[in-house]
Ligand binder design. Sequence first.
Ligand code: NAP
Length: 262
Amino acid sequence: MADRVIVVTGASSGIGASLAQQLGARGPRLVLAARRADLLAQVAQRASPRALAVPTDVTRREEVLRLRDAALRAFGAIDVWINNAGRGISRSVLELSDADVDEMIAVNLKSALYGMQAVVPHFQERGAGHLINVSSFLSRIPLASPRSAYSAAKHALNALTANLRMDLARTHPGIRVSLVMPGIVLTDFGRNALGGATTGFAPPSAGPMKPQTADEVAAAIVALIEQPRAELYTNPAHRELALRYFGDVAAFEGELLAPRRE
Ligand SMILES: NC(=O)c1ccc[n+]([C@@H]2O[C@H](COP(=O)([O-])OP(=O)(O)OC[C@H]3O[C@@H](n4cnc5c(N)ncnc54)[C@H](OP(=O)(O)O)[C@@H]3O)[C@@H](O)[C@H]2O)c1
């Protein structure tokens, strides 16, 4: 880990900030990106003397290219690139405007596409590298309808991630591509959602949908860097839930709605 160069987007808060902190303790050179420059600089300072903060709006392709170039200029190579930046929404399907959908696609899908297209040619030249896309459990089971267009964008992210992984497995087996699907995580994600926090939602205090902390999710991502694999449910209970969902979607949805009918 200590000799690697790791790029993390969305590092100014939440999961990305926690990841920067945990990675920093392991000694790699870090390149951290987000828009809020002050917060990002504080995270970098706390994480490691070898952390570089690069203010970046990941919805702009030229800024993502600039991020890659800043990492290469500072450290000469990139070993791991983590597309973690993202944003939620609090609007149901029938409430969505064109602008809502465009924003969800820009920040959750195109941002990661820009990251993939920026760094993978570098990985291909070296024949090695690890690309990690942070998606969501909602990308596998869209069980929170106010997150509608967010879940849709993350579903699309899963598809691009899987396609890239299969393409590279044929030509560049030394490059790893991973998808991370956290469930509910205790960060400012809900407050930062387009449309604000959803009202009347209280995360369950027990069971498979019990929230994780940003530190728990970051620790799972650190373990993924150490032992790459295709997909990671940061909450191990979610694999079983996904199998049940795909086994019988209608029954699963029925179970989900049942308490609300009482
Ligand atoms: N929290 C959850 O319940 C949850 C569950 C599943 C998946 N996730 C995913 O986990 C990832 C991190 O979310 P989080 O929970 O840590 O939420 P968060 O605290 O709101 O952090 C989001 C991060 O993304 C950055 N970001 C947003 N838009 C950006 C842009 N246009 N350009 C650059 N950076 C941008 C933010 O930084 P700036 O505002 O400074 O730019 C911030 O650092 C996201 O991909 C999210 O979809 C979260």
